[in-house]
Design a protein around this ligand. Structure first.
Ligand SMILES: Nc1ncnc2c1ncn2[C@@H]1O[C@H](COP(=O)(O)OP(=O)(O)OP(=O)(O)O)[C@@H](O)[C@H]1O
Ligand SMILES: [Mg+2]
Length: 505
């Protein structure tokens, strides 16, 4: 699993865990609150009240119907006969009924003919069901009057009916209807609660999904942001392995990664420098090898050639008089060329085996003055301003050779009669010597490469002079530069660290 995936999952978990916990808590609360609705027993109480009512009423209706039918068949003369009425009173009580009535119909409507109530019940205010009889006879023969009676009707003869039943509370039917309505309402509210509960569930699930998607996006962005710098670093590292470093890494992102990028850049810079140094060392080693072979190949025939020429010089008298001076001149020219070739071979072998420097306390100004003394009569005017004592530790021979090479270059570059300046001084912890000329200056195309071996614009130049100077400077922990001078010409500057007092002591 990649680091990015891990970070993504961790961030997602951190974002989702509290959300899930909160959603779970909310749903549990919701469930507890709504289930109380069902646990309260209200519905069951209402239901059982309704059931009890229904059973009692059915039983009363059945009793009333049975009695009404029986009495209608057996007691036709109830209205007229006082004995029968007395008998009825007792029977009513036994049956648990409250009244028995005989209704007669004239041409217009039903009206009460007789009312018998149990003993002790006042007959006054007795029920009047006359308006409900026709409707009841057409249906189930049961009357539920608005005044609170429940009665059964039975036909006695044509135009005569018997009604018997109980008197309930005056508002009984309304209250029964009220209970029924309450139960219906309760059921409706229950459904509403269910719907509401589902809605809350859906809302929470939708919210969870939205949060999950948002968290996923955020986690993804954060994870890729965090790993981007690492990825860049990995790619850069792979690049170092494959082809070597190219561009420095951008120093951005979190502090730790930024400092990692800085360290990486520093490392690649050092690596590049080391590579360049190695390549240069390899190149120099190869050049030195070439120089050694060249010096060997040139030097070998030079000695016998010189000996032969000297032998010829000694025998020049044998040449006829008029040819003698020409031969002498030719021999002198040949000897001069051989001398030049010997010098060239010497330069090559110097370059090929640079001796290890033998350090001793020296005064750079004094070295410079000594070097200038060797060059006075060469067609240029030397201006020397090397007065301050500049103590360094170095190899007298090597440093003199370096100064000599710089002076030769300046003199060779100068037109006849020009001024070459030689100056020395101190700059901080460094002693410097400058050789300034008014020659043509440095060719810009060559500027980069003048310190490389065998780079020369001169017909008889070896191109090793400046290369040697640079080697000597480096052996002394110093450096050499060659730049163009304001107003024309060039300045060669050699710097060497000044020796501290303790080093001198
Ligand atoms: N003072 C200078 N003014 C202009 N060009 C210079 C100066 N010094 C050096 N150069 C350029 O740098 C080249 C390299 O110099 P370097 O001393 O290494 O070799 P060289 O002088 O050509 O040969 P050699 O030193 O063997 O005689 C020169 O050929 C020349 O083109
Ligand atoms: Mg030179």
């Amino acid at each position: 699993m990649t680091l990015r995936t891990r970070l993504f999952l961790a961030l997602l978990a951190v974002a989702l865990a509290p959300t899930l916990l909160f959603a779970w808590f909310t749903l549990v609360q919701l469930h507890t609150a709504t289930s109380r609705w069902y646990q309260s027993g209200v519905e069951r109480a209402l239901e059982s009240a309704m059931e009890t009512n229904r059973a009692t009423l059915a039983r009363l209706e059945a009793t009333a119907l049975e009695r009404a039918d029986a009495w209608a068949a057996t007691l036709p003369g109830i209205a007229a006969d006082p004995a029968q009425r007395e008998h009825m009173r007792t029977r009513l009580r036994e049956a648990g009924l409250d009244f028995v009535q005989v209704y007669e119909r004239d041409s217009l409507a039903w009206h009460v003919a007789t009312t018998v109530v149990p003993a002790g019940v006042p007959a006054a205010g007795s029920p009047d069901l006359s308006r409900s009889i026709a409707e009841a006879m057409a249906s189930n023969r049961i009357v539920r009057s608005e005044t609170g009676e429940l009665a059964a009707i039975a036909p006695v003869s044509d135009g005569v009916v018997l009604a018997t039943g109980v008197r309930l509370n005056p508002g009984f039917w309304q209250r029964l209807a009220g209970v029924r309505e309450a139960r219906a309402l309760y059921a409706r509210v229950g459904i509403l609660v269910d719907v509401q509960r589902q809605r809350v569930w859906l809302t929470i699930v939708a919210l969870l999904l939205a949060i999950a998607v948002g968290a996923a996006f955020l986690a993804n962005a954060l994870a890729s942001g965090m790993t981007r710098s690492l990825k860049r670093l990995t790619t850069a590292l792979e690049g170092v392995q494959d082809t070597g470093p190219r561009e420095p890494l951008p120093v951005s992102g979190p502090t730790e990664l930024a400092s990692l990028a800085t360290s990486f850049n520093a490392m690649t810079t050092r690596l590049t420098e080391a590579r360049v140094a190695l390549a240069r060392a390899e190149r120099e080693a190869a050049w030195r090898d070439v120089a050694r072979r060249l010096a060997h190949e040139i030097k070998n025939p030079l000695t016998p050639m010189t000996l032969s020429l000297h032998r010829l010089q000694r025998r020049v008298e044998l040449v006829p008089e008029h040819e003698r001076s020409a031969v002498r001149e030719s021999l002198a020219a040949l000897l001069q060329e051989i001398d030049h070739l010997t010098q060239l071979a010497e330069t090559f072998s110097q370059y090929a085996r640079m001796p290890e420097p033998r350090h001793e306390p020296l005064d750079v100004s004094e070295l410079a003055r000594a070097a200038s003394a060797l060059h006075e009569p060469e067609g240029v005017t030397l201006h020397v301003s090397c007065d301050d004592a500049l103590p360094v530790r170095g190899d007298r021979l090597l440093l003199s050779r370096a100064l000599h090479n710089l002076l030769v270059n300046a003199i060779e570059a100068s037109p006849r009669g020009a001024v070459v300046e030689l100056a020395s001084g101190a700059d901080g912890s460094q002693a410097w010597v400058e050789v300034r000329d008014r020659g043509p200056g440095l060719d810009p195309k060559l500027a980069e490469r003048v310190f490389e071996p065998y780079v020369s614009t001169k017909n008889r130049g070896s191109g090793l002079g400046l290369s040697l100077v640079r080697d000597i400077a480096r052996q002394h922990n110093g450096d050499v530069t060659l730049v163009n001078r304001e107003g024309g010409g060039a300045v060669a500057r050699l710097t060497i660290p000044l020796s501290s007092r303790s080093a001198d002591a």
